[in-house]
Ligand binder design. Structure first.
Ligand SMILES: [Zn+2]
Length: 170
């Protein structure tokens, strides 16, 4: 890869994209009434892997595909104000959040930046992939502000095959 800025590269792409843009009439509530929560890992082309087009689904991504307070906030908005009826949680093999620990990350950051007075951040590192999926699904299912009749299912994604596998979440 050359030294061109990644942002400059995408801006250049966007000029062409906007010339042939066809999404002007889409409504804000997702057409498939679907919310996807997944890891930010760059190897997962989430829309292509799931066959979703723009307008189809809400997609929330973060390190680990973890149901943090902010993911809950968006899931509550999605299910209550924007008609979402189904939620998929997708975690994946080879996740970077399995290769570290919260303690190790805090130590590294303290070493790099020195001790701070900031509230310690949870990184939600984890060790067992299926267990992590189950925990995220349970967190969504137990929240009183997510409608009881929302379908919430958990999956793992294999970064070497592109395959999804459902995790039995009770
Ligand atoms: Zn990941």
């Amino acid at each position: 890869m050359n030294q061109t800025s990644a942002i400059d590269h995408v801006l250049e792409h966007n000029v062409g994209y906007s010339r042939t843009f066809t999404g002007a009439d889409l409504s804000a509530p997702p057409l498939r009434k679907l919310l996807v929560i997944a890891c930010m890992d760059a190897r997962i082309n989430i829309q292509t892997a799931l066959g979703l087009n723009y307008g189809d689904a809400h997609i929330l991504r973060n390190a680990g595909g973890t149901v943090t307070d902010d993911v809950l906030r968006s899931a509550i908005v999605s299910t209550n104000a924007l008609s979402t009826r189904e939620i998929m949680v997708i975690n994946h093999t080879g996740c970077g959040m399995m290769a570290c620990t919260d303690h190790g990350l805090h130590e590294q950051l303290n070493e790099k930046y020195g001790p701070t007075n900031h509230t310690p951040l949870d990184f939600y590192a984890f060790t067992e992939l299926n267990r992590h999926v189950m925990d995220q699904v349970a967190r969504l299912r137990s929240h009183p502000w997510i409608p009881q009749d929302t379908t919430i299912r958990g999956f793992t994604y294999d970064v070497t095959t592109g395959q999804l596998h459902e995790v039995e979440c009770g």
